[in-house]
Design a protein around this ligand. Structure first.
Ligand SMILES: [Zn+2]
Length: 89
């Protein structure tokens, strides 16, 4: 039975660790490894940053936002240059 997880184990368990899905024993080994391994500390830092950035993205950056802007642009263009050739009546 191995005491310390390998760097590969850390990489595989990283998201579980952040989601508190590891057993207490796994968690202890994980933290022990991080204490001794600069590479995995960096990996975890990067992963945390990535997750934090993803969670910070505003909801409004959805697709319908750009569609709305396109529609707005079309409406604006119509207002500035009304369609010609229909001036009957
Ligand atoms: Zn490592």
């Amino acid at each position: 039975m191995k005491i310390m997880p390998s760097c590969r184990d850390i990489t595989e368990q990283a998201s579980d660790y952040l989601e508190h899905a590891l057993s207490p024993w796994q968690r202890t080994g994980f933290r022990l490894h991080l204490l001794m391994c600069l590479y995995c500390r960096r990996h975890m830092k990067h992963l945390r940053l990535t997750i934090a950035t993803l969670h910070r993205l505003p909801e409004e950056t959805a697709q319908d936002d750009s569609e709305e802007k396109q529609l707005e642009a079309v409406l604006q263009a119509l207002r500035e240059a009304p369609p010609q050739g229909q001036t009957g009546d």
